[in-house]
Design a protein around this ligand. Structure first.
Ligand SMILES: [Mg+2]
Length: 245
């Protein structure tokens, strides 16, 4: 079976909602925290916690309005409809926060399983103002580069018979693509794949992704699932992980 794992911020949405949100409510402090994170000075979880602290008390209405201003790729819904008719499973894997992911998907009437970090809003002593309380249900025991381990989520949901597709654009997609058979990459992720010589398909929008899958469907044969083939390096990476290498 073909299973597709899709990044949220910057891939489904036009902009990185998480980054924008922290910068808007937490100011320049959040920007320098993100730099510290990229330089490896702090872990992803530490970065999130410090960013939430920097945001302090937030006006709930302003927070929700800010989230709902964000738009998604106009072809994403059509792509999901196509996957449904082809019995392809789709999942969102995100190192962002469930609160805004759920709100944005809901606004567009999209129902798709997603995995991410968890945001709870705690009422403050002031009416209409809340605090951010973050928790991280999908951390990896050994790696703290991401708060939500996309690789683990992906591999837990796939068996040897499945063909894994990954669609993304940025830093939090660098790790999972190593384990995926087919990679659709744009922007930072595409540059990373080029540098690391990871075979991938470039795209700009979900319309390109849709056209790619329609084209591949025509190549369907007994040896290929949906015209797609497993990637040897990804199979080896998955096996190494399973063995504990
Ligand atoms: Mg992203």
């Amino acid at each position: 079976m073909v299973k597709i794992f899709i990044d949220f911020d910057g891939t489904i949405t036009r902009k990185d909602v998480g980054d924008e949100l922290f910068e808007y409510f937490g100011g320049t402090a959040c920007k320098s925290l993100v730099n510290d994170y990229y330089q490896g000075k702090i872990s992803a979880v530490e970065c999130f916690r410090l960013e939430a602290n920097a945001c302090g008390k937030i006006n709930l209405r302003e927070f929700d309005e800010f989230i709902l201003k964000h738009e998604i790729d106009p072809s994403f819904k059509e792509f999901l409809e196509f996957c449904k008719t082809q019995e392809i499973e789709c999942y969102i894997v995100s190192d962002g926060l469930d609160y805004y992911i759920a709100k944005i998907l809901d606004r567009y009437g999209i129902a798709i399983p997603f995995f991410s970090n968890h945001l709870e809003l705690i009422q403050s002593d002031e009416k209409e103002y809340v605090y951010m309380n973050l928790s991280f249900p999908h951390t990896d025991e050994e790696c703290d580069r991401c708060a939500c381990c996309k690789r683990n989520i992906m591999l837990e949901r796939c068996s040897d018979e499945d063909l894994i597709v990954y669609i993304g654009e940025g830093y939090s997609d660098f790790c999972p693509v190593r384990y995926a058979d087919i990679i659709l990459a744009k922007e930072e992720l595409q540059r990373y794949c080029q540098k690391e010589k990871i075979p991938h398909v470039g795209y700009n929008s979900f319309d390109d992704v849709l056209q790619y899958f329609k084209k591949m469907k025509k190549l369907q044969s007994s040896r290929k699932i949906f015209g797609l083939k497993k990637r040897r390096q990804a199979q080896l990476a998955r096996r190494d992980l399973f063995i504990g290498g």
